[in-house]
Ligand binder design. Structure first.
Ligand SMILES: [Zn+2]
Length: 160
């Protein structure tokens, strides 16, 4: 028996999980790197119901999945969370497709991308036992984007 599990999951909680794991340094404009706070809500995508933001700096648009392997895949947040969970648990594309009510054609390439991103992060220990840079799992390798280096912070500010 398959449960209609995506219907039971909260869109809001799933969005928060994705935000935390895909964008640990905060969502930013992929075009000019401006902060999410400097964007306005522009519209919602039809299928995945994601908010599309318009950057006030460069007027570029982006959403929660921009720069990740889920970009332009039209999956609502609860499905993305379940897909990631299933792939990391080693479930087959057939099982995942059935659970999510999607075709194997939709699921298989995403499963491969997550696995390909996970491979270099894996050593001898199972993935879920390691502290990995989780966001690297979801980075769109085709974009060859490097995260900006964090500015070096002095150990203590003067006067502290
Ligand atoms: Zn921008």
């Amino acid at each position: 028996m398959d449960f209609p599990i995506t219907d039971l999951m909260s869109d809001k909680a799933s969005t928060e999980w994705i935000l935390e794991h895909f964008h640990p340094d905060g969502l930013r404009c992929p075009h000019c790197n401006a902060a999410w706070a400097d964007a306005s809500e522009f519209r919602r995508t039809r299928q995945s119901q994601l908010i599309v933001y318009r950057c006030k700096g460069c007027h570029g648009i982006y959403n929660l999945y921009s720069g990740t392997i889920f970009e332009a895949r039209h999956l609502p947040p609860p499905e993305v969370v379940l897909l990631v969970r299933g792939v990391l648990k080693g479930e087959s594309a057939a099982t995942l497709a059935r659970e999510l009510g999607r075709s194997k054609t939709t699921i298989t390439p995403l499963r491969h991308l997550i696995q390909a991103n996970a491979a270099p992060l894996q050593t001898d220990t199972p993935l879920n036992d390691q502290v990995v840079e989780a966001d690297e799992l979801f980075q769109n390798a085709g974009e060859k984007r490097r995260r900006p280096l964090r500015p070096a912070r002095p150990a203590a500010l003067p006067g502290e």
